[in-house]
Ligand binder design. Structure first.
Ligand code: KG4
Ligand code: ZN
Length: 352
């Protein structure tokens, strides 16, 4: 079943993604042309907990995966027999959830005698920029900011990244999700904070921009969340949560969003200073959908000198297309093929 890579002019890949709370599958031609991008989001299931509950997520994946894979094939107008390979997220993520997508991918690979390629989810978020623009110049300063991960990289080519820094605690999206929960806004927090922030004053609250010393490219967002908590409930959070007017809520959302975005922008500017060889800039992950972040990057005096590539919105949040895209690259260019012993891992390889 582990067919040797046979680079062909047209490669049809199925990508399967179940690392968190999206059950997703996609058919991609030649690593770039998205023929289908089918996603079932579990947002409604997790909303009442204001965060993802691993057991709830993996159970939901098991009920959805077969339907989602079939829908991705149908939407693309192909059958499994037309495919050249199966790519699947095998790390990092919630292991119980990863295993559901991997069981489906392994079964399809075995039954249809197709090569299987395990893909790193964070690298796939980086790869979405190449899918948007295959001529993205190198080296490219790239940021992945999502609910589970926030890190800066210098990309030297597709699937060739050097990590420059990463969050030491919460991810940027996680901070937005937690702040939204504190403010009584809906999950996921990024979009609801963005919506509430539109009528708010970003200077209403004085929140920190955690920089971690003069040369660090690491990030930290947990103090920011605590700062919001203390502003609302007093030092040590000893007071009950105050009743907020609609305007106060908007001001809190705008101030928090501005603090997260400002911190990311300052880190990117610092990265350009420390790594002046970067000629391009790309962002990926759910937070890359943020309208303030995109506007600030485009306007920034230093960062706008780099060629900027932002993946389309539906390739920023979790999806199967970026998995198929990177899987195709690894198979065609690196000759990567995994076998049925492919394992699910909670962490990225470089974190082990
Ligand atoms: O990449 P993703 O779908 O899943 C992970 O790999 O974590 O990212 C989800 C994260 C959530 O924390 C969500 O609040 C955030 O992305 N997010 C946003 C926006 N849309 C989603 N954050 C800021 N602004 C948005 N518009
Ligand atoms: Zn993700």
């Amino acid at each position: 079943m582990t067919a040797a890579p046979e680079p062909s002019p047209h490669t049809l890949a199925l990508g399967i993604e179940t690392s968190c709370d999206e059950t997703a599958a996609s058919v991609v031609r030649d690593g770039r042309e998205v023929l289908s991008n089918t996603i079932h989001s579990q947002i409604d299931l997790h909303a009442r907990y204001r965060g993802v509950v691993p057991e709830v997520a993996s159970r939901s994946h098991t009920t959805r995966i077969l339907g989602i894979v079939q829908a991705a094939l149908d939407d693309a107008g192909v059958t499994a027999d037309d495919l050249d390979l199966i790519a699947v997220t095998n790390r990092p993520g919630m292991v119980g959830s990863l295993l559901v997508g991997m069981a489906a991918a392994k079964t399809l690979s075995l039954v249809h005698d197709l090569p299987l390629v395990g893909v790193d989810h964070v690298q796939a978020h980086l790869h979405a920029a190449f899918m948007a623009d295959p001529s993205l110049p190198m080296p490219c300063l790239s940021m992945v900011a999502s609910g589970g991960h926030t890190a800066l990289y210098l990309m030297h080519g597709p699937a060739r990244s050097e990590r420059l820094g990463r969050t030491l605690d919460d991810a940027a999206g996680e901070a937005l999700d937690k702040a939204a929960a504190l403010l009584g806004l809906s999950y996921p927090g990024g979009p609801s904070i963005q919506a509430a922030a539109r009528s708010g004053d970003p200077k209403a609250l004085d929140l920190p921009r955690p920089m971690l010393g003069p040369t660090s490219l690491d990030l930290s967002f947990s103090g920011l969340k605590t700062a919001l908590l203390y502003q609302l409930r007093g030092p040590g959070a000893t007071r009950p949560m105050p009743e907020l007017s609609a305007q106060q809520l908007a001001d809190c959302a705008a101030s928090f969003q501005a603090a997260v975005v400002d911190t990311l922008i300052r880190k990117l500017r610092r990265a350009v200073k420390l790594r002046p060889e970067a000629v391009a800039l790309s962002i990926g992950g759910g937070v890359a959908r943020n309208e303030l972040l995109r506007a600030r990057l485009a306007d920034d005096k230093i960062l706008s000198k780099l060629e900027q590539v932002f993946p389309p919105l539906d390739l920023c949040t979790d999806n199967g297309a970026m998995i198929a895209g990177l899987g195709t690259w690894l198979w065609r260019e690196d000759g990567r093929v995994d076998d049925l012993s492919l394992d699910a891992r909670a962490t990225s390889r470089r974190e082990e």
